[in-house]
Design a protein around this ligand. Structure first.
Ligand code: ZN
Length: 161
C-alpha cells in the first residue's frame, strides 16, 4: 500500500460502498492507519491508496476513528475557512470554506452504524476525506486560473521525477 499522488487516475474514481464487513476490511483499516501515521496525516481515504471503497480513517488527536460508508446527515449554516493540505498533493495547500459543524452517519469495522457530531478540525478533516470518496480534490476549490496553473505545475513536477 502506498499513497497515490496527483494526477494518479485513482484519485478521480467514485468509490463504492462496502457491503462485506470481513477480515479484509479490518486489515485494510489497519494498513491505512499505518500509512497515515507514517506520513503524518490527520486523515486518509481509501482512493488515496488506490482502493475504490468508501472507507476513511481520521485522527485529529483523539485516536483513530474509522468511517465506512460515511454520509453527512447535517451541516451547520455557519462556515469557516481552513488552509488544507493533502497527502496526495505534497506541496499544495488551498484555503477552503466548509461548514463548521457536521453530523456524520457511518459504520465501523464490524459494520455497526454510529452517528457523530463533529466540530472544528475533525469536521473539516471528515469533509476533506469524504470529498476523496467522490473523486473531488482540494485543487477543485481553486478558481479556474489558479486551477490551471497548479495542475500544470503538478503534472510537470511529476514528469520530471
Ligand atoms: Zn486529501
Amino acid at each position: 500500500m502506498e499513497i497515490k499522488t496527483y494526477p494518479d487516475p485513482c484519485l478521480r474514481i467514485r468509490a463504492k460502498s462496502v457491503e462485506d464487513f470481513n477480515s479484509d476490511i479490518a486489515k485494510m483499516l489497519n494498513d491505512m492507519a499505518d500509512i497515515m501515521y507514517a506520513n503524518r496525516g490527520i486523515g486518509l481515504a481509501a482512493p488515496q491508496v488506490g482502493l475504490g471503497l468508501r472507507v476513511l480513517v481520521v485522527d485529529t488527536g483523539d485516536g483513530i476513528v474509522n468511517y465506512i460508508n460515511p454520509v453527512i446527515e447535517d451541516a451547520s449554516k455557519e462556515k469557516s475557512k481552513l488552509e488544507e493540505g493533502c497527502l496526495s498533493f505534497p506541496d499544495v495547500t488551498v484555503n477552503i470554506v466548509r461548514p463548521k459543524k457536521i453530523t456524520v452517519r457511518a459504520r465501523d469495522a464490524g459494520g455497526k452504524f454510529f452517528i457523530k457530531t463533529l466540530n472544528g478540525l475533525e469536521a473539516k478533516a471528515i469533509q476533506h476525506e469524504l470529498d476523496h470518496l467522490n473523486g473531488k480534490l482540494i485543487i477543485d476549490y481553486l478558481d479556474p486560473i489558479r486551477y490551471f496553473f497548479t495542475q500544470r505545475s503538478l503534472k510537470r513536477a511529476k514528469k520530471n521525477k
